[in-house]
Ligand binder design. Structure first.
Ligand code: ZN
Length: 357
């Protein structure tokens, strides 16, 4: 048995308003006059957040289109544009939710690795350390701020660039920045964190390391979503830390059934990760009885209407493709059901689950 020896985020700063320190943090990173590139979710165009980005001389802000989840083609295009315009850059700082954070990690890696990002989807395929990359979450829940991966949709799969070079060099946790996110999106992203906890804590890969983080994250999620009457300032702070701990928990275990199904929904129908997880999780009470029961209470309390019959318009080919995408995520199923997962997870079963959604 070989144990994973994984790297962590090198530096982290936490606190309400701490994102104002960015220039001070970035200063030592500036190399030979090469610019710092800021990625920001396109929803921040013209908003206060854009005005607060401390651009200097030849620095540049690039707005990231997050209407769809990151693709390998998008990563390659941004890399090519940056190389064409600047040759070298000092680093990339990304402001946004999981999509922008993953784009930041991916483009930073592709600045120093040849070819297409699609060549590096998988485990430990990245050869060279990327340029400096920092993440500034403006949505809490995905755990992308701590993860060792950046999930991309490629020509034939949705899979991350998992590598020792992927984690951020710096993360800036400023709960204030998460206060203005659209309510639905914030909810689904928060539930991503809740589902990370349930899938990690109920998985066969669980160990004391993962459990210690998963239990803390779940405790915070329950406090925010079930116990408290009203959402308040402290809820933003708690969710930010729940996301961090949830991400740490899956780093040393794995996600499970809802994530496997959600990847299929995303690949074939472009349903975003957080929403896809909610749609899938809602139908798998047989695997996570307590977690799904509480989830249903949360959905009711926050008056969320999940889309129904999402797969009803799919062609036979699309359905087959979706089932295939889900089943190929072997570590997720193995975490959920153990070594003999193939006895439980058949094409027929996965299809039935999709048909219920
Ligand atoms: Zn997730």
């Amino acid at each position: 048995m070989s144990f994973k020896n994984f790297p962590m985020v090198t530096r982290v700063v936490y606190g309400r308003g701490c994102s104002r320190q960015i220039e001070e943090i970035v200063k030592p990173v500036r190399k030979n006059g090469h610019p710092v590139i800021y990625f920001a979710d396109h929803c921040f165009k013209g908003k206060t957040l854009e005005k607060n980005i401390p651009i200097q001389k030849n620095d540049k802000i690039i707005f990231i289109d997050t209407d769809r989840e990151p693709t390998t083609a998008y990563v390659d295009r941004l890399r090519d544009e940056l190389v064409g315009e600047f040759g070298e850059i000092s680093g990339i700082i990304g402001y946004g939710g999981g999509s922008v954070l993953d784009m930041t990690k991916a483009v930073a890696l592709m600045m120093t690795n040849k070819g297409s990002s699609a060549d590096y989807q998988g485990w430990d395929l990245v050869k060279n350390e990327g340029v400096y990359h920092a993440g500034v979450p403006t949505l809490s829940g995905t755990g992308a701020e701590v993860s060792r991966t950046c999930v991309l949709t490629g020509p034939d799969r949705k899979l991350g660039m998992n590598s020792d070079f992927t984690p951020f060099n710096q993360v800036i946790l400023d709960p204030k920045l998460t206060e203005d996110a659209p309510k639905d999106q914030a909810f689904y992203t928060g539930m991503d964190c809740y589902i990370h906890c349930i899938e990690s804590l109920n998985g066969t890969y669980l160990n004391a390391f993962s459990r210690s983080y998963g239990e803390k994250a779940l405790e915070l999620c329950k406090k925010i979503y079930l116990e408290k009457e009203e959402w308040d300032d402290e809820s933003y702070e708690d969710l930010m830390m729940a996301s961090w701990h949830g991400g740490m928990s899956i780093a040393y275990s794995q996600v499970g059934v809802a994530h496997a199904l959600s990847y299929g929904l995303s690949y074939v129908m472009g349903i975003r990760h957080g929403l896809g997880n909610c749609i899938a999780f809602n139908q798998i009470e047989e695997y996570y009885p307590e977690g799904v029961r509480d989830f249903k209470k949360i959905i009711e309390k926050f008056k969320i209407e999940l889309p129904k019959n999402v797969c009803s318009e799919l062609s036979e080919d699309e359905m087959k493709k979706m089932v295939g995408i889900a089943i190929r995520l072997e570590p997720l199923w193995e975490n959920a059901f153990g070594k003999n997962w193939r006895e439980i997870v058949t094409e027929k079963k996965v299809r039935e689950l999709y048909e219920k959604m």
